[in-house]
Design a protein. Structure first.
Length: 307
């Protein structure tokens, strides 16, 4: 990977020494020729307008049960427990996230290759896609801590070298997502604004940011301005519901002090036209389980349990 690949202009500077105001995003939300696919035009337009779209019942209760059993298997795996793929809650040994779940779980690999799911990402990104990152955020009852307001793309641009916001996250609820157990909050339409963040990126920032992000978070003024302009909506719904959200959607979630866990699978699809260059923050590339550098396009698989 040569730095020449960062020779193009950096449209999304961040991790600055001094504050800099929000900028209008110069790139589209739905990319390419707007091909037909699993999303109908109403859904695609809503996604384009809000930066996210909720699909209730994307997977069935039986599918959810199979995925949940997989999560319990992974969380109890002694080999995995010793690896960097497991991130624990600060101050406790409760599992906060499990990364690279599509690589350690054949079932989740089948899920993302199921044509009716894979083609949703292709339709939004207007190209073949590969997995930039996958994870399960467990947010256990009583002990699950939230995620402060942030844009995933800001991190993936600065720390993984993702050039443009041509990536989409799919979050599938494995437990019922309520307003009170950490349901993900988003600002409809704010994805068309890019918020530069202040603060130099420490090497190996991910070793703390995945528990509590301090660098790469927008200022309270910027969050206030966006909240007043766009409002806040929340991804709630029964297990099996799915949220598709743009990589630059500002989002966050509150702590979960209820007995009800909020466990969601997250898969980040990146366009093969948007492969990672050098991290724009000038830091070392993050490990593959955070910023995957195998750009092989995902091939669809028919006959999966999720069809
Ligand atoms: O650094 C990352 O890639 C992760 N951080 C957050 C807060 N969301 C996206 C991703 O899981
Ligand atoms: Fe995030």
């Amino acid at each position: 990977m040569t730095t020449a690949q960062n020779a193009v202009q950096d449209y999304y500077p961040s991790r600055l020494a001094a504050p800099s105001g929000p900028v209008d995003r110069p790139h589209p939300t739905v990319w390419g020729a707007r091909t037909s696919g699993p999303f109908d035009e109403a859904a695609l337009s809503s996604y384009e307008d809000k930066g996210f779209h909720i699909e209730e019942g994307l997977i069935t209760p039986a599918h959810v049960q199979n995925c949940w059993s997989e999560v319990e298997r992974l969380a109890a795996d002694p080999e995995l427990a010793k690896s960097e793929l497991i991130v624990r809650e600060r101050g406790s040994d409760r599992v906060r996230s499990i990364f690279s779940v599509h690589e350690v779980s054949p079932l989740i690999d089948k899920l993302i290759r199921t044509p009716r799911i894979l083609n949703r990402a292709r339709q939004i990104l207007g190209s073949e896609v590969y997995v930039h990152q996958s994870r399960i955020n467990c947010m256990p009852g009583f002990a699950g801590t939230g995620f402060y307001w942030h844009s995933d793309f800001e991190t993936w641009h600065a720390e993984d070298g993702m050039p443009f916001p041509r990536a989409v996250s799919m979050s599938i609820a494995l437990t019922d997502n309520y307003p009170f157990n950490g349901g993900l909050m988003l600002m409809p339409g704010a994805h068309r604004t890019y918020v530069p963040c202040v603060g130099e990126t420490p090497e190996d920032n991910y070793k703390s940011s995945l528990q509590a992000q301090r660098i790469g978070v927008p200022s309270e003024d910027a969050v206030t301005q966006l909240a007043y302009e766009f409002g806040i909506e929340q991804f709630t719904g029964p297990a099996g519901s799915a949220l598709f959200f743009d990589s630059n959607s500002i989002h966050g979630s509150a702590n979960n002090i209820t007995p009800y866990p909020r466990a969601n699978i997250f898969v980040v699809f990146n366009s093969v036209e948007n492969t990672l260059a050098e991290p724009y923050a000038g830091t070392r590339p993050r490990p593959n389980h955070l910023g995957n550098r195998d750009f092989t396009p995902l091939t669809p698989q028919t006959g999966t349990p999720f069809e």
